[in-house]
Design a protein around this ligand. Structure first.
Ligand code: SF4
Ligand code: SF4
Length: 502
């Protein structure tokens, strides 16, 4: 077994460890709220109406956008509303959702896929099952799985990301421990689709139980399980590729550009369900943890159940809480806990509300530079971002910042560096777009001026040519007339001479 590392990053122990990592099935919710707008792509279009009875797994919203996926009922029951509801997003805005009230029966639609002998299925059929099952990247990216797998050429390595994105999250750890067979079979399906020679399942070195479980079911020479250090942000795609293969993904590029396909381990299990059984994605494993929780653990949750429904099962204390979707580093604050669990909700952090430490001046200690896992200079970037000198910040590779907040974490002055970088990137985009629009407007104006001037010159030339032509014609006409007059004069003279002779 190999053992790989990468530069920078920060080692943060799980702040709320548990004795036994479980997957506790959450009871069926009374209702589910299913957002039509996924993280990427167009909003899905409802194909049910208020009052319709639906079965679990039935498609309730379809999509024509390739970068979007269909939505399925996660319980059986009645569609009660199709309207705007709060969703877990940093904008805090509402978004259109389908709400289904449970009939308590959880009756499923019929679904049959390729079966366990999946190798008889061609790749196109498998990808169709994946698309129809509504699978997106479940590690947090939310990119549609089918779009990542279509048209793959020259893929030499498949990487299965079994690292947890952030300290405290345990959902993928639990999945690998409790569903190793499905994960390994899912990897074999992906190998078949990608045509890669080998697959590497990357697991952090503090998750030995998961490694043991996977090894028990892994009898395929093309699949290896590789330990990587338990260090944030080992789960970031570029860093994982660098750590495992020692290959740099170029700035602005993707793993597939260098012949590598990466999939999250939970996505791999969902792909197994989709291909083997044509089973739509209607649930996921969610870690519920934080200082406000008595019993942190993992729950198998129907999509669309509310945050408060799941949090209530993990024995929250009675204090005021800050609730966050995702991890403590890159998560998103959730103001309204009636918001629904969605496909990318890997973790709910419930922390006792505490006052944030005050930000102080930079003391130029350089700790942020050492912590950056993508070898940037956050201290330098901070000055340029603060003074809104985004061109200079871009010269220092601001675009490569993955906003992991490792620099924030180590900063003794508590400067929210990643927020500055996110703002500077947005400002640069806006300035560049404005500059682009200005350039286009200027070019259009200059072209219009040039066109008017050219038309004027051409018209003047045309008029001059016409005048010249007219002049020539008039001269010709006159010469013609003179010729005729001369001829007539000659005839007259001849006639007169004849008359005089008689
Ligand atoms: S937020 Fe950006 S600059 Fe800071 S450590 Fe992460 S990648 Fe580096
Ligand atoms: S860690 Fe904070 S205080 Fe230290 S150099 Fe970086 S920004 Fe300045």
């Amino acid at each position: 077994m190999l053992n790989r590392s990468f530069n920078g990053g920060v080692v943060i122990d799980n702040p709320h460890p548990v004795d036994t990592v479980e997957i506790i099935p959450a009871p069926l919710p009374d209702k589910v709220v299913l957002p039509l707008q996924q993280r990427i792509g167009d909003e899905a279009i409802p194909c049910v109406e208020v009052g319709d009875h639906v079965l679990t797994g039935q498609m309730v919203a379809k999509t024509e956008d390739h970068f979007s996926v269909p939505i399925h009922a996660s319980i059986s029951g009645t569609v009660v509303t199709i309207d705007d509801q709060f969703v877990p997003h940093k904008s805090g805005l509402k978004s259109k959702c389908i709400t289904i009230e449970s009939d308590g029966k959880d009756q499923w639609i019929k679904h049959t896929g390729c079966g366990t002998d999946f190798l008889h299925c061609d790749k196109t059929t498998m990808i169709e099952y994946i698309q129809a099952s509504g699978i997106v990247g479940m590690g947090g990216a939310g990119f549609p799985a089918h779009a990542k797998l279509e048209g793959i050429q020259d893929c030499h390595t498949l990487i299965i990301n079994g690292t947890e994105c952030e300290p405290g999250i345990m959902c993928d750890y639990a999945l690998m421990q409790h569903h190793p067979r499905e994960v390994i079979r899912g990897v074999e399906i992906l190998l078949h689709i990608c045509g890669a020679q080998r697959a590497i399942i990357a697991v952090e070195d503090d998750k030995q139980e998961a490694i043991n479980s996977l090894l028990m079911y892994c009898h395929n020479d093309r699949i290896s399980i590789v330990k990587i250090p338990t260090k944030y942000t080992s789960g970031a795609e570029k860093l994982l590729v660098k750590a495992l293969l020692d290959i740099e993904i170029p700035s602005g590029g993707f793993a597939i550009d260098i012949g590598v396909v990466c999939q999250n381990v939970a996505t791999t299990k969902a792909i197994f369900d989709a291909v083997i059984d044509n089973k739509p994605l209607v649930s996921r494993i969610v870690t519920v943890t934080g200082s406000g929780i008595e019993s942190p653990n993992n729950y198998e949750v129907r999509l669309g159940a509310s945050f408060e429904h799941i949090v209530s099962m993990a024995s929250p204390n009675t204090n005021q809480h800050d609730v966050r979707m995702g991890g403590m580093m890159m998560g998103v604050d959730v103001e309204d806990t009636t918001a629904p669990i969605c496909k990318i909700t890997n973790c709910i952090f419930v922390n006792d509300a505490v006052e944030k430490p005050k930000t102080q001046e930079c003391i130029r200690c350089g700790q942020c530079n050492q912590a950056c896992p993508v070898d940037l200079l956050p201290q330098q970037l901070y000055w340029y971002a603060k003074s809104e000198n985004t061109d200079k910040a871009m010269d220092y590779n601001l675009a490569d910042c993955i906003e992991c907040r490792c620099c924030d974490y180590v900063c003794p002055s508590h400067i929210p560096l990643a927020e500055y970088f996110s703002f500077a990137k947005a400002l640069h985009r806006k300035t560049t777009e404005e500059q682009y629009r200005t350039d286009v407007a200027r070019e259009r104006f200059e072209f219009r001026e040039y066109r008017l001037e050219r038309n004027k010159t051409e018209r003047a030339k045309m008029m001059a040519a016409k005048k010249e032509e007219l002049k020539k014609k008039m001269a010709n006409d006159k010469a013609q007339k003179d010729k005729i007059a001369a001829a007539m004069a000659r005839v007259k003279k001849t006639k007169k001479a004849k008359n005089d002779a008689q």
